[in-house]
Design a protein around this ligand. Sequence first.
Ligand SMILES: [Zn+2]
Ligand SMILES: [Zn+2]
Length: 258
Amino acid sequence: MMGIVSHHRKPASAIRSDGQTDGTSAAVRHNPPVSHRTLLDLLLPSVCPLCTLANGPGLCSPCREELPELVRPCRWCGMPQTSTASDLACAHCADEGLPFLVQVTARWAYVERMVQLVGNAKAAGRPAAVKTCAGLMPVLDVDGPAVIVPVPPSPGRRTGPHLGTALARAVARQTGQPYACLLATTRLATEQHRLGAAARAHNVEGLFIAVGTVPANVVLVDDLLTSGATASAAAKALRMAGAQRVELVVLARTLKYS
Ligand SMILES: [Zn+2]
Ligand SMILES: [Zn+2]
């Protein structure tokens, strides 16, 4: 199936060109309040983390089939490609992708069901949603020894499980490569989603510093990719500390760069 994203069956609502939905999807309609969902995780660990259908652990089949998988994501920015004639790099990247990153692997579009699932995992800190996200990471074929490194949480963020850290641990298990926290933040920064594209790079300039011994080959892991400014700033810190090759793996990316 060709298109921006692939659904395994007809989606509940159309995805507009800006990646948003019409707001009336079944996904929105039967998503219970946050407090109820967190309680449900504790009482009923086998319910679907999206719709709360009690049909076994993890996503139920209808929710799983509605996840928006990226079609032919660009190897340098993860954006889906609409042309079958182009190579693995999109027109936006041309001959260069995100600064300091040699490759980007993304699996899902950050729309519809994925917005819900990540929201449940981050805002509500639901363990079942975090675990489900971990199981949906791209399957990696790591070339040679590497260290799996999470983009660290922002200082002062709300408590609860950090999704990026859980996803990095999942990638480490999947690839058999070691996991290490090799990045720290140097200061407080405004949350990136509150800023426009032009301000994002400035907001994270110098935000990260490498700690410990940085190996030659690093796989950087984060939950979401939008402009790439945060990932590039993290990769820059790793490169300055000795990494020769840094690639990025994310669960999902937005369908625009800002
Ligand atoms: Zn479900
Ligand atoms: Zn690209």
